[in-house]
Write a protein of this length. Structure first.
Length: 180
């Protein structure tokens, strides 16, 4: 069974999007952190994202020359949306059924891990339903005092086990496994 792995950057005060909606992960990152992320996502079986994230990525990655472009463009993408009618970014499909059913069907499939990109609302939905197996949280050395949090309205405490911690420049990477 494939694991669902969330890779997300947050500010030190726990926000994944700035007060004006800009993803914290869109900020610059140290080269060694970029290498870690490239290694991790290159083995992915699919990228999972909500509609807003999909729309932003599908506008950017197909023409980008960045090192992330190849794994973002070549690995299948699954966009979770009740409103999106077609997904034109190559190797994209739309999942519009019940979130738990869609995720469980993907987990039973073949291939590498399922990498969750967000946005905040999508990650919050997955966390509330306890559908994320592993959290790779990158803490950026910024504080905003507001914005969109990674976790919101959890029905119960989310119990995690710390698997690894690494420092890349002034960024901290912590990898947690869900205990449930």
């Amino acid at each position: 069974m494939r694991n669902v792995v969330m890779i997300m950057t947050a500010s030190v005060d726990g926000f994944v999007a700035t007060p004006d909606g800009m993803p914290v992960g869109a900020m610059s990152e140290p080269p060694e952190l970029k290498r870690w992320k490239l290694d991790r996502i290159s083995g992915g079986g699919a990228h999972l994202m909500g509609r807003k994230t999909y729309e932003g990525m599908s506008d950017y990655w197909p023409t980008s020359k960045d090192a992330y472009a190849a794994p973002m463009n070549n690995i299948p993408k699954v966009v979770f949306s009740k409103t999106l009618k077609k997904a034109e970014w190559p190797t994209s499909t739309i999942a519009n059924g019940k979130l738990e059913d869609e995720i469980n069907a993907l987990k039973r499939g073949r291939g590498g891990e399922l990498i969750v990109w967000g946005g905040a609302g999508f990650v919050q939905s997955l966390s509330r339903a306890n559908l994320i197996d592993e959290y790779a949280i990158i803490t950026s050395p910024l504080a905003y005092g507001g914005g969109k949090p990674m976790f919101l309205d959890l029905p119960n405490a989310l119990e995690l086990k710390l698997l690894a911690t690494s420092v890349y420049g002034d960024h901290l990477l912590r990898i947690y496994r869900s205990k449930t």
